[in-house]
Design a protein around this ligand. Structure first.
Ligand code: C2E
Ligand code: CA
Ligand code: CA
Ligand code: CA
Length: 277
C-alpha cells in the first residue's frame, strides 16, 4: 500500500542518514586520532616455503580507538582516502615500519624485510618517491629491505604514470609486490608491463580451494615464475593450505598458521623464539 511504501522510504532515509552520520563522525575522529597517535602498526611474518625461515614482515595498520577499541584497516583506510588524509597516514605508517625494521635489524644479522601496503591514492602523488627516499634516509634503512605492496586499483588508474613511479622506487632498491592477485580487475598483462618483483595470491583462492581455484592458483604460480616473479601465498591457515602451495612451488607463505599480525613487541618475541633474530 501507499502507506507502507512511505514508511519504508522513511526507514531507509533514516538508516542511510545514520550510516552517513556515523561515517562522517568516524572521519572526524580519525583526524584527531591520527594526530593523537592512536594508530598502531602490527606485523605478520612471511616465511620461505623451502626452509620455513621467516624472511620478512608485513606491516598492517590498526586504530586503537579510545572508546571503540581496535578498529581494522578495512573500516578506516577507505575513510582516510575519502577525507584526504591517506597521504599523511600512509607516510606515517611507512616511517613507523622503517623505524621498527631498523630496530630488528640492529638486533640481528639476518636482513629481514618489511612490506608496506600502499593505497592507490598515494601513487597519484608525484612526490611519493622523494618522500619514500627521505624516510629511508632518516631511518637509515637500505631500500633493499623495503617492499611496497600495491593492488590492481593503483595500477589501472594511469598505467604510464604508475610505471614511472615504480621505476623510481625500484631505482632505490625497493621491491614491488602486486597484492590480492587474481581478484578485482587483475590482468595478466600487468605481470609483464609493470616492473614487479613479487605476486601475492589472494587468500580467497587459498581458503576456498575448490576445483577451479586449484587450477587458477596453479596457473598463476606457473606464469609468475616463468616471468621471474616470486610468488607469495597469503591466508595460509592449515597444513593442507601449506602443503598445496608447497606442491605447486610457491616461494613464500603467510597466514595464521605461522602467526596472526602482532604488535611490535610481540613480533620481536616471536622472532626470538623461532631464532629468526
Ligand atoms: P591485505 O594487504 O590483503 O592483508 C592481508 C589481510 O589478511 C590482513 O587483514 C591480515 O590480518 C589478514 N590475514 C593474514 N593471514 C590470514 C589468515 O591466515 N586468514 C585470514 N582469514 N586472514 C588473514 P587486515 O590487517 O585486516 O588488513 C586488511 C586490508 O587492509 C589489507 O589487506 C590491506 O589491503 C589493507 N591495509 C592494511 N594495512 C594497511 C596500510 O598500512 N595501508 C593501506 N593503504 N592499506 C592497509
Ligand atoms: Ca598486503
Ligand atoms: Ca592480500
Ligand atoms: Ca586486500
Amino acid at each position: 500500500s501507499k502507506k507502507a511504501g512511505k514508511n519504508t522510504f522513511h526507514f531507509y532515509t533514516r538508516k542511510l542518514g545514520n550510516v552517513f552520520c556515523e561515517h562522517f563522525l568516524l572521519g572526524q575522529d580519525l583526524r584527531i586520532g591520527f594526530e593523537s597517535n592512536e594508530l598502531e602498526v602490527h606485523y605478520q611474518p612471511m616465511a620461505e616455503m623451502a626452509t620455513g625461515a621467516v624472511c620478512g614482515l608485513e606491516a598492517l595498520v590498526r586504530w586503537r580507538h579510545p572508546q571503540k577499541g581496535l578498529i581494522p584497516p578495512s573500516k578506516f583506510i577507505p575513510i582516510a582516502e575519502e577525507i584526504g588524509i591517506i597521504d599523511s597516514i600512509g607516510l606515517w605508517i611507512l616511517r613507523r615500519a622503517c623505524l621498527d625494521i631498523k630496530q630488528i635489524q640492529m638486533r640481528s644479522k639476518k636482513g629481514l624485510k618489511v612490506a608496506v601496503n600502499l593505497s592507490a591514492i598515494q601513487f597519484q602523488n608525484k612526490n611519493f618517491p622523494r618522500q619514500v627516499q627521505k624516510i629511508l634516509r632518516d631511518t637509515n634503512v637500505d631500500g633493499r629491505f623495503l617492499e611496497l605492496e600495491i593492488t590492481e586499483s593503483a595500477v589501472i588508474k594511469d598505467a604510464e604514470h604508475t610505471i614511472q613511479i615504480l621505476k623510481e622506487l625500484k631505482a632505490m632498491g625497493i621491491q614491488i609486490s602486486i597484492d590480492d592477485f587474481g581478484t578485482g580487475y587483475s590482468s595478466l598483462d600487468y605481470l609483464k608491463r609493470f616492473p614487479l618483483n613479487n605476486v601475492k595470491i589472494d587468500k580467497s583462492f587459498i581458503q576456498r580451494m575448490d576445483a577451479e581455484d586449484v587450477i587458477i592458483v596453479t596457473g598463476i604460480i606457473k606464469i609468475a615464475q616463468h616471468l621471474q616473479l616470486r610468488v607469495i601465498g597469503e591466508g595460509v591457515e592449515s597444513l593442507e593450505h601449506l602443503e598445496f602451495l608447497r606442491e605447486h612451488n610457491c616461494d613464500l607463505y603467510q597466514g595464521y598458521l605461522l602467526s596472526k599480525p602482532l604488535p611490535f613487541e610481540n613480533i620481536c618475541k616471536l622472532l626470538e623464539e623461532r631464532s629468526s633474530l
